[in-house]
Design a protein around this ligand. Structure first.
Ligand code: CA
Length: 540
């Protein structure tokens, strides 16, 4: 703890140096970033002059980049980045050594050295924004408006992309990596069990109760034992409240019609917990949901025991892998069951992620923003989504694209192979949905199409809702107070929920005192802080 404080203080001191450097007069030489002799950043004097093809500068130009995605520091040797350099005249030089896999350590080291790379990408967007507010990163708003029409078009077209890009102070400090697909998790059910018992796919939460009860009592796996686990989840150890979503509630904050609520204080919560307690008691929910851990899905599906779950597209892979051991095995995705009010809703979703920024030490930000814009053109987007035409993909007669055998049948996974060429790196870009469809199993594809076609199931104006919790941006003061309050409330709520579900204590008897305790611990203040952060998110 002490060490952390010392480090934090060091960081602050160094940030001040960075800020100071950023304010230095423009004609004063900026600190050399150690790569000075390999960078040729003569500002583009050819403004307005037509360059051939996709060239961004007349002469080959090099910029430094700090980026380390999935333990892969940026590598200029990657096939696709060689091609990008050839087409644009812009090449990048990574500043993180290829043997360094600790992204956080490398970032802190760079920031504290005061020598920033021209382009910076980092896993934590709030750290980038902080660096931006301290003067280490350029606000990109005007640069985009003036020089990046394709990024501007994406900001205008896609509200979620814009909300991710714009920071708390209204500045854009990073170009996010956009995700065009919204879908994350789906409801999955053993279709072969339904067929065997003569049941329909459940449409409502009451139907689901009946189906789970039949799975429990009617031996769909046919071994003569009452061993089925009707409802299970491999994330139960960290999000045991996920099935409260069936009654449109959770243990978390959730906005409704512009107003922030803490769901345990709302009416749906009573209905939800009363039902969850009942389902658990009746053996419809995995008795080991709190403890079984991330292998729950493998164990329960390969054991022919699990019936229904809420999970990612990969849940469809078992149709292929279990086809021989469990004849007839078939998982299918179905629509979220309508809740007690008849509303169909899917809470899990994907959100745009962190991309890249331009540091205040970059001598030619105009060229860099033009380069960043290239990845939002069709040509640039294809390169970072699909790779190189004729090598990694082909364009079919109907205009769709397919990966070549080189990608699909390498000794790595297709995505692993593509990443080894620098494709789908963590830069500011738009992830093309077709790229993901190209890898999916038929069941995963059907699941994704079903949910993507029903965007009305997804709440509008939702801030990122990651692992069941809102990810809002706070001012430093609000953040400190919020964290303090919630560090007392979260463990209390989790402990109470678990004891109700396990039947250790009685929910109805305890509810009023539970609410009183939340108030004592400051929940109303926490709601107020979240309301403010939510309004900022909405751009109010
Ligand atoms: Ca059985």
């Amino acid at each position: 703890m002490k060490l952390r404080k010392v480090l934090a203080l060091l960081l602050v001191v160094n940030m001040m140096i960075v800020s100071f450097a950023a304010c230095a007069p423009k004609n004063k030489p900026q600190p050399d970033n150690g790569k000075g002799n390999v960078t040729d950043q003569t500002p583009d004097k050819n403004e307005g002059k037509e360059l051939e093809g996709s060239l961004i500068t007349e002469k080959p130009t090099k910029f430094t980049i700090f980026l380390n995605f999935n333990n892969m520091p940026f590598n200029p040797e990657w096939r696709v980045w060689q091609e990008i350099a050839k087409r644009t005249n812009i090449s990048l030089e990574g500043v993180i050594s290829q043997s360094n896999s600790n992204e956080q350590e490398a970032f802190n080291l760079m920031v504290s050295s005061g020598k920033l790379a021209d382009i910076i990408g980092y896993v934590d967007a709030s750290e980038l924004e902080k660096l931006g507010r301290d003067g280490g990163i350029l606000p990109l708003n005007d640069l985009i408006k003036e020089h990046a029409p394709n990024i501007q078009a994406a900001l205008d077209r896609d509200e979620r992309f814009r909300q991710t890009a714009v920071s708390l102070d209204g500045n854009i400090y990073q170009i996010p990596k956009n995700q065009e697909l919204i879908t994350a998790e789906f409801w999955w059910i053993r279709q072969d069990w339904l067929t065997k018992l003569g049941l329909e796919v459940p449409k409502t939460v009451d139907d689901l109760y009946n189906v789970l009860t039949a799975f429990r009592n009617e031996d769909p796996n046919g071994n003569g034992q009452k061993d089925e686990i009707p409802l299970f989840d491999r994330a139960g150890h960290k999000m045991p409240d996920e099935y409260l979503y069936l009654w449109d509630t959770s243990l978390e904050f959730y906005p409704r019609n512009g107003k922030m609520t803490f769901e345990p204080m709302e009416e749906n919560f009573k209905t939800g917990v009363q039902n969850i307690v009942k389902w658990y008691k009746e053996g419809l929910i995995d008795p080991e949901i709190f403890t079984r851990g991330p292998k729950a899905r493998d164990i329960l599906l390969s054991g022919n025991l699990g019936g229904v779950t809420h999970d990612w597209p990969s849940a469809g892979n078992y149709n292929t892998t279990l086809t021989e051991t469990i004849p007839g095995f078939e998982m299918v995705a179905f629509a979220p069951p309508a809740d007690q009010h008849g509303v169909v809703k899917e809470r899990t979703a994907r959100y745009p992620g962190v991309g890249w920024s331009i540091s205040s030490q970059c001598k030619d930000p105009v060229t860099v923003i033009k380069f960043m814009d290239y990845f939002f053109t069709e040509e640039g987007s294809d390169l970072v989504n699909w790779g190189i035409e004729g090598e990694t993909y082909v364009v079919n007669p109907d205009g769709t694209k397919s990966y070549t055998d080189v990608v699909m049948n390498s000794d790595q996974t297709p995505i692993g192979y593509l990443r080894s060429l620098g494709v789908q790196y963590r830069i500011g870009m738009e992830q093309n949905p077709a790229y993901e469809y190209a890898f999916m199993t038929p069941a995963a594809k059907a699941a994704t199409e079903l949910y993507e076609e029903n965007r009305e199931w997804f709440e509008k104006d939702m801030p990122p809702y990651l692992d069941g919790a809102l990810a809002l941006k706070y001012t430093p003061e609000d953040e400190a107070e919020y964290k303090k309050i919630m560090s007392s409330i979260r463990p209390y709520v989790n402990e109470k929920f678990q004891s109700w579900m396990l039947g250790t204590t009685d929910f109805n008897a305890e509810y009023d005192s539970f609410i009183a305790e939340l108030k004592t611990r400051g929940i109303e203040k926490a709601i107020e802080i979240n309301q403010r952060a939510y309004e900022t998110f909405l751009g109010k």
